[in-house]
Design a protein around this ligand. Structure first.
Ligand code: ADP
Ligand code: MG
Length: 447
């Protein structure tokens, strides 16, 4: 049985809040909060100081209340935000801040700009976009059921699935839908089990034309929810209702989900979103700049588009921070400011991904030791993971071939280059290896 306690509840609430907020906002205010206690019907949440607690209450209080109400299924639960008394924060006064629940029980929360109009289409996301648009326009008569969109973090999956919801919400559209996160689905299921009453869970699927579920990979490990979902999925599907799912990986890599569920996921259109190409990145930057009503020269946009390559969320993070900086200080966004900002935002990523920790995670996955990988042995079982390490270091850090060579006991750059080519070749021929590398990459990106 999946368990459900106040601390889990807060963590679920945070996971949901993370989706609704800009990454930078989430990190600045909510990320290091902790559940402290339950005090009657109040969930006490501690922040690093009372200034932060107060800010969270006024900026995000209503949203957090709303999430907690939905997750807990009761409007009696309230949140109370407190700061660490040892650190009263910049204001110098200790304030205990509490929040209570108010109106609204709509679990559908959409970011206002996650629309089709605000989605830049390029080769990296063309199929997923076309699929999303097709199912929005046309219910039931498409073969795209379910539509399964997958891709790495920050590439636009949530944006796209919410765009469908926005489309369906347009005036004149008589079609009904539910948009929910997988965490919400799981939490609702658990509550139903605890209360021995499945009305709430069943209502999620009742009387809708579209079911939109974000981040379906979080069904992992939730065996009972999987089972219940499987049946609901089939019913909807048989009745010609459209289902859209997003995931951070393709269906066949959702290990631990039952085969029959995976094959259902594969039975419609499976579309991936890849990291955007340069032109698409540039187009996205133009859109962001226009939205923020900023003036930024082509040079600077060029520079940003060539520096940040793997993640659209980072692109928008940079623009939002630059916008804030220029508004706060009145300075213009020039190359100097952009360079500083990029350096600091890339710094936080590369600090975590060092050749050392990449090598040790590869070593662990292949069951060899990091020192073997750095050593001279040429037997297959060591050579392959060594070459995998080199190619991942090349991909995930800014190290040059020569630097990578010297990390591996002074090998030269051509050895590194050969290794990278060899792995690229092997990956083509051996799906198992490709899967394994994808798995390692995911692990690395999440540290
Ligand atoms: P994911 O759910 O895949 O992790 P999101 O949908 O949250 O990613 O996207 C991250 C950010 O990047 C959001 O602010 C989103 O609006 C933006 N974004 C992603 N792809 C695009 C795109 N093609 N055009 C415009 N904005 C995009
Ligand atoms: Mg998402």
């Amino acid at each position: 049985m999946e368990s459900f306690n106040p601390s889990d509840l807060w963590n679920l609430c945070l996971a949901e809040a993370e989706k609704r907020l800009e990454a930078t906002e989430f990190e600045a205010w909510l990320k290091d909060s902790t559940y402290e206690d339950i005090n009657g019907t109040r969930l006490v949440i501690r922040f690093r100081n009372s200034f932060v607690a107060g800010h969270v209450k006024s900026r995000f209080g209503e949203m957090l209340d709303d999430i907690i109400r939905n997750l807990s299924g009761t409007s009696e639960l309230a949140l109370q935000f407190v700061g660490d008394p040892a650190d009263p924060g910049p204001s110098g006064t200790e304030r205990i801040v509490s929040g209570t629940s108010s109106s609204s029980s709509d679990s559908t929360f959409l970011r206002s700009n996650y629309t089709f109009k605000h989605f830049v289409v390029g080769p990296s996301n063309q199929l997923a976009h076309a699929g999303a648009l097709a199912v929005s326009r046309d219910i039931g008569s498409t073969n795209y059921n379910p539509l399964f969109v997958y891709g790495g973090v920050g590439l636009g999956k949530t944006h796209l699935i919410q765009a469908i919801a926005h489309y369906l919400r347009q005036e004149g559209s008589k079609r009904t839908f539910k948009y929910l996160s997988t965490e919400f689905l799981v939490a609702t299921f658990i509550k139903s089990v605890l209360q021995s009453d499945f009305t709430r869970f069943n209502r999620l699927f009742h009387d809708i034309d579209y079911l939109l579920i974000d981040d379906i990979q979080f069904l992992k490990g939730k065996v009972e929810t999987q089972e219940a979902f499987f049946h609901r999925f089939n019913e909807l599907h048989q009745h010609g209702k459209q289902i859209v799912l997003t995931s951070d990986r393709p269906p066949h890599e959702l290990q631990d989900l039952p085969e029959r569920l995976i094959s259902r996921f594969q039975s419609g259109l499976v579309a991936d979103i890849k990291p955007p190409e340069y032109e698409t990145r540039l187009a996205i930057l133009h859109l962001l700049v226009r939205d923020e009503e900023l003036e930024v020269s082509q040079d600077v946009l060029d520079f940003i588009a060539s520096s940040i390559r793997k993640n659209v969320r980072q692109l928008s993070g940079v623009i939002h921070r630059l916008a804030a900086m220029s508004r706060l200080t009145g300075c213009s966004i020039d190359m100097d400011l952009a360079q500083k900002e990029i350096r600091s935002s890339l710094g936080t990523i590369t600090r975590r991904l060092t050749p050392g920790n990449i090598t040790s995670i590869v070593a662990e996955s292949f069951d060899v030791s990091p020192s073997q990988l750095k050593g001279r042995q040429r037997k297959h079982s060591v050579l392959i993971p060594r070459q995998v390490s080199m190619s991942l270091i090349r991909e995930l850090t800014s190290m040059s071939l020569t630097e990578i060579g010297s990390f591996f006991s002074g090998r030269d750059h051509s050895t590194v280059l050969n290794s990278i080519d060899r792995i690229a070749e092997l990956k083509e021929k051996t799906p198992d290896l490709e899967r394994k590398i994808a798995e390692i990459r995911r692990k690395l990106i999440s540290i």
